[in-house]
Write a protein of this length. Sequence first.
Length: 585
Amino acid sequence: MKAVDFYGLKRASQDKLLGSLGGQYEPKPILWRRGIRSTLVAWVGLSVASTLLLVILCVVGFGELESSLSSHPIALIAVYIVLAGLAAYGVIRAAAYRFALRQLPFVTGIYVFPANVIDARDARLEVVGLRDLSDVTPRGGAEVQLRFGSRRFSFPMDARSVDRAVELVKEARARVSGPLTENERGLMDPLEPPAFVSQLAPTEPLKRKEPRWASLAAAIAAGSGLVLGAVLFFARDELSDSRMYAAARARDEVGAYQSYLERGADFREVVAKELLPRAELRAAISSGTVEAIDKVMSAYPDTAIAAELQTARRNALIASFTEARKARTLAALLAFEERHKNHGLDRELKAARHAIYNRALARYQREMPEAGGTDEFVQRLLAAAEKIGARKTPNGVRGPTVEVRFRRVPSRDIDRADDLVRQNPMYRGETSVPTQYLDEKHLEPHQTRTAKSIAAGFSKRFPAEVISFEAGAPLDGGKDIPPVKVPMLVVSYRMEPSGAAFASKTPRGIYVGLAFFNKIELLLPGDDQPHRAEHNISTSIPVDELRKRDNSAKPGELETLVYESMLREGFKKLEERYLAQWFRK
């Protein structure tokens, strides 16, 4: 095996090699497969491993009141700096290597020529002479393996080509093992200098291009590691302290505050002077639940702390409501109302419910396309959902269901396509008539799948307890859309001939293209301004697929394939374009 730097070759040799690698002229590859070396993976692996170790270092003991590592000793800052520097270095080297690969004027991979195997997975070419080939064997019926001692090269291919490929490699090995003239070597070895070079051909060799930052990788990584490592170390300890404080506040008990005082720093004064004494006082109240306070009030009806008990009960109710509101779900709010019939928090509950719908709107606004324009309607949609309200079901709390329903509008010219087909010389009889492949039997699976896909696309972006989406039964395209009592998404579509046609001799047949005219309306009850969208879609006749067939097909088989392909394409494009109006990819 020998190594050759592509950029170290003369221009004439580079041009010859590029022509051979591209299969433009002799010698052409017998076998080849695409690929790059594991160098890129190695650099990325270094960066990922360093980052992972850095994350683990940050996470261990983070914000844990009982952990001795909740605050890191200053000596660990060196480890932060080293790991951050290695992560940055791996990224820079990976980027530089990928940059180098993208600059290559050939497709990276392993090529088998009549004289040698060239591992051209980057600019460093590894060349193994075919005369050193130990063995060439088919593997698994769909792969050819070349063995050079302990080194092996595998080439996946069509099972029908395996035997021929093995034969070609063996013939090449036999030929290259014998005496060769200079001209024969040039026709077998792409690295052999060309026998003739045009006077008009460029002479300046192709040169390696390397960005300035790649040569400064070590310095950049060192600087990045120093800055990022130090910042991360101190920021981590600050955040850990805040997390410990938050954890102590969340637990809100004597033990938690004591643990913070042992290890925390930033909030020591407020914990020591206010929170811990208050937690000790609350211990007398025991659990502090509404039920527990009610029991106290029942047991002591004449107590002198009645006002405090009433305040405690209201505070407990508010605390229970706060927990329900923190869940940010309608299910939690409904459960709160069921547990506490006389809660006296109607206004707060209404505001909390409204906030959930507002969050659903805000979430949508983050996911809507950059062009926007749909958030105003979504606001009205959610307002309608809020007005209708959520309901409990066996599967949990669900909002009103928006049915996605298809409605096929009668075509204007599709019957004319039947007449045009009958007049074509490639007409095969009634089996060629297109409309028989465009009836409800053929359309229903596409309508159902697309309705489910559109419903799923919306369902991913809206909580089911706020508003849900599902496929509904088709509507009669010959009638007007009935008034809606709940939101409904109606896809009215009309199929027409696209104007394109394909007449095939082998296999014999005549096919017409289809165009879809789609009008989509998202209707709201009591709202005369639905969201409307129109998508006109032309489909492609699958000519390449037809050319793979012959005249042995059964009647209707090819027509079914063609029109099913166009129906699938038309409905799929409709789904993609409509969802793209509402959501980012």
